[in-house]
Design a protein around this ligand. Sequence first.
Ligand code: SF4
Length: 237
Amino acid sequence: MVYSNNYTLTLRMVLMKNFDREKLQWFRQQLQKWAEANLRDFPWRQTSDPYALLVAEFLLQQTEATRVVPVYQQFMERYPTLESLASTPLEEISDLLYPLGFHFRAARLQQAAKLIRTRYGGRVPEKEAELLKLPGVGKYTARSLCASAFGQPLAVLDTNVARILERFFGLQGGRVKSRDGMLWDAAQRVAPQTDVSRWNLTLLDFGAAVCTASHPRCRDCPLQQQCEYFTKGSVLG
Ligand code: SF4
């Protein structure tokens, strides 16, 4: 994403104002502690196989994780390798993914598998820029894969993450969070230096369980003491 000089300066000022070092450190510590007891367990979180993680990312796009579990398990049993996926008739894949909706994803997933086979010798590419060239792979998916499959320190931003950052740090992103440069920058700045994959999962799960969209559980939240949303009285929960 390219910014003008003025925009970059404004962005830095906003983030510097909101990200005091101690507050940032405290934010990380509270969430990391929360994750120890609350991180959810899904089958795709038990693997480091880039192919399996790629499949999971596609299936999870705009779909609730609990609905994905049985389909993911069947999918991996039937197509355990990228080669098996790339060489299967598309109708079979579409039938298997049918219960999840978004029927275009079967074709995109198989196209991605075929491209990986021809262009990268069957190995999922490790660079964000290369992943972004695959059909059905956007910035979120590419960075999530870089972190989970290849251990790279790349943070992700989705509506859950955006909501937490906006509320806790008092940021105000644009209407389309996934295209907001300031929020992407904020997401990367708040991430720790190590184990960013786990950090990404922590924010996703925290946004789904505590800092929810309509009724955030502020009264039970470990972040409430320093949360701008809570301390400024916007709290409802
Ligand atoms: S106190 Fe409320 S708004 Fe703030 S992070 Fe926690 S749940 Fe979200």
